[in-house]
Design a binder for this molecule. Structure first.
Ligand SMILES: Nc1ncnc2c1ncn2[C@@H]1O[C@H](COP(=O)(O)OP(=O)(O)O)[C@@H](O)[C@H]1O
Ligand SMILES: N[C@@H](CCC(=O)OP(=O)(O)O)C(=O)O
Length: 367
């Protein structure tokens, strides 16, 4: 089996089993499945809901108004309880977890996105399991993703995932909400997400989850366009995570509609206009054009324009011919200082570093 990066999103519905308590016994089972895949060499990322439910439980189910500050209070109390449970359960398998609390603002700003991506990849590189939730305690409506389905699609993009599994309390997407329509049929595969399909996907009615199937469809749409396969399935099915990782047909599957690399590269070409120009020497030109190499600071001879880390730039040769477009890992002020230098000198020169390359191959499109 190929080694995959798998994002498992666990909704409140599955973490509580529909009750007003966190179902620790079921979490043990989900962790066992994740640990088994981790042992086989896969990378696992967990997106966990349930902070507010855990907060309510910890405080003894107080009667509170359904206002934003009260939800934030519940999340602030519950998130630490929730993480403590995940930590002790993964600890049974000698696995470390790393908490990442994100908001929409962290994902939309390109520089913050890259910082979050670096953290995610460093955790995965060290075989630590990222455990992600929205930073509900501080995020106001304007900067929130708002639901963990959409958050998990963004997390899957951050992780360069192969597969996003949305585990919920239904077997998948049905032709109508099965709670109110017993004749509803499971849809096994979705090729096109259109208005007809969106009309089938209702809101959450349990009072536990956020967004129901509607937000799961939005998440599936975002992730599959980024080259990530998505499955909605029930967390109650035995061995569901392992079975999906092996490609078994369970739940509702949304095949990816581009490779992750194609999707990133089309973003570079169609995205914001370049903010500057990097002039490279002949050696770097050969390496970039013919050897599939990343651009190192050593090959940079001059820069024009002002750009931040994460912004698009033109890569040109000494004659001014545009060779490629790419996303710079360093701001122009930093590149001015490290241009022409060996990558080993970056940290000493700047006092910090974001890795050895100025523009990574995967963030570059040749013209
Ligand atoms: N077409 C549909 N197929 C399946 N479930 C649906 C559909 N429309 C609405 N739902 C509802 O979506 C709910 C799952 O979403 P939600 O409550 O937000 O759970 P989670 O906490 O897992 O995100 C189901 O319990 C179901 O009532
Ligand atoms: N971030 C919130 C969960 C938000 C959410 O989307 O919940 P769910 O629909 O159960 O995945 C929490 O931890 O309580």
């Amino acid at each position: 089996m190929d080694k995959k990066t798998i994002v498992v999103k666990l909704g409140t519905s599955i973490l509580t089993g529909g009750t007003n308590r966190i179902d620790r016994a079921h979490m043990v089972e989900l962790v066992r499945q994740c640990a088994a895949l981790h042992r086989q060499g896969h990378h696992i990322v967990v997106v966990t809901s349930g902070a507010q439910a855990a907060g309510r439980e910890a405080l003894g189910h107080p009667k509170l108004p359904a206002t934003m500050p009260h939800k934030q209070m519940l999340a602030a109390v519950g998130q630490s309880h929730l993480l403590q449970i995940w930590q002790s359960l993964f600890g049974i398998y000698n696995l470390h977890i790393g908490q990442m609390l994100l908001t929409r603002a962290d994902l939309e700003d390109r520089e913050r996105f890259l910082n979050a991506r670096d953290t995610m990849h460093t955790l995965l590189h060290h075989r630590i399991i990222p455990v992600i939730n929205e930073n509900d305690a501080v995020a106001t409506a304007e900067i929130k993703v708002g639901d963990n389905d959409n958050l998990s699609a963004r997390a899957a993009i951050l992780a360069d995932a192969d597969l996003l599994i949305l585990l919920t309390d239904q077997r998948g997407l049905f032709t109508a909400d099965p709670r109110s329509n017993p004749d509803a049929q499971l849809i096994e595969e979705v090729q096109t997400i259109d208005d007809t399909l969106r009309k089938l996907a209702g809101d959450s009615v349990s009072g536990l989850g956020t967004g129901g199937m509607a937000t799961k469809l939005q998440a599936a749409d975002v992730a599959r366009r980024a080259g990530i396969e998505v499955v909605i399935a029930t967390g109650q099915l035995p061995e569901v995570i392992g079975r999906l990782a092996r490609g078994e047909r369970v739940g509702t599957r949304f095949p990816a509609i581009a490779t992750p690399l194609e999707s990133r590269k089309s973003w570079i070409l169609a995205g914001p206009p370049p903010h500057g120009e990097i002039v490279i020497d002949e050696g770097a030109e050969r390496a970039v054009q013919h050897k599939g190499s990343s651009l190192l600071p050593k090959g940079i001879v001059a820069l024009t324009g002002q750009f931040e880390r994460g912004e698009a730039v033109r890569i040109v040769n000494r004659e001014g011919r545009e060779l490629a477009r790419g996303i710079s890992r360093y701001a122009s002020d930093d590149l001015q200082q490290i241009a022409g230098r060996h990558s080993d000198e970056i940290e000493a020169c700047l006092g910090y570093g974001y890795g050895p390359v100025a523009i990574h191959r995967d963030d570059m499109v040749l013209l």
